[in-house]
Design a protein around this ligand. Structure first.
Ligand code: CA
Length: 195
């Protein structure tokens, strides 16, 4: 995906840019609303990460203008933990989602996948088993409403168990499937970069 970051905080902007590039995305980073305006006019972006407190203009105003102009690019606004009003302002102005600073890169990636999937008109698939929810695209597990951190091997194991729910699986079966899955995963970097 091509992603536009609009953020004047150098540490946060740099961190997000590096992280998203490592995930295989093309990233442009600008620090002012004026530069962001020029960028969205000149280039197609799959998603925008928009800080609401920019040095030259209010992110909410910028976003409202884009929506008035008919720009439908998915936008995730970045706000401070206690800035409930600006978060609401951002959502009302047409943001698709928000993230609270400091931004966690895995969460950022998951939100980006979610907003781009929504705009592509594809509902997010969710696997459910009792009180467990699993979002395969984001590799996110939620147990009784709380997200659970999983390593990639653990999430592969969980996928296997969910795909064969209520069945007894042997250790050999699991080991064989996991090893095949991780080989596939290691050789599929091009797929990841196309997300
Ligand atoms: Ca700021």
């Amino acid at each position: 995906m091509r992603i536009l970051i609009v953020e004047d905080d150098p540490m946060l902007g740099d961190g997000m840019q590096r992280g998203l590039k490592l995930m295989g995305h093309a990233v442009d980073w600008f620090r002012t609303g004026a530069d962001a305006d020029r960028a969205v006019s000149a280039m197609h972006y799959d998603a925008v990460l928009l800080d609401l407190g920019l040095p030259d203009q209010d992110g909410v105003t910028l976003l409202s203008r884009w929506r008035t102009q008919g720009r439908q690019t998915p936008v995730v606004v970045l706000t401070a933990r206690d800035a409930v009003q600006s978060r609401i302002g951002g959502l009302d102005a047409g943001a698709d989602d928000y993230l609270i600073k400091p931004v966690d890169l895995d969460e950022l990636a998951a939100r980006l996948r979610a907003v781009t999937r929504r705009t592509a008109g594809m509902p997010e698939p969710v696997w459910r088993h009792g009180p467990l929810e699993y979002h395969p695209a984001a590799r996110l597990a939620v147990w009784r409403g709380k997200s659970v951190d999983l390593t990639s091997r653990e999430s592969m194991l969980l996928e296997l168990l969910l795909a064969h729910a209520n069945r007894v699986l042997t250790r050999e079966f699991l080991r064989d499937k996991l090893d095949r899955k991780s080989t596939r995963l290691n050789s599929s970097h091009t797929d990841i970069s196309r997300m």
